[in-house]
Design a protein. Sequence first.
Length: 59
Amino acid sequence: MYQFKKNNLGYSQKLFLWLKRKAMLFITAFMIGIANGMNVGDDVTIRKQNQTEQNDKKD
């Protein structure tokens, strides 16, 4: 049915591809974490602003 091509990659090339894959995974996880932190920070700021405006209206 299917014939698989044999990859004759050397050890150094396999190591490079593994390192590249892990680096991309790390960078992606870092970017998602930073985006999540920014979103939480925005929510906290908005809540504080709403509380301040409500306190001003009550006074």
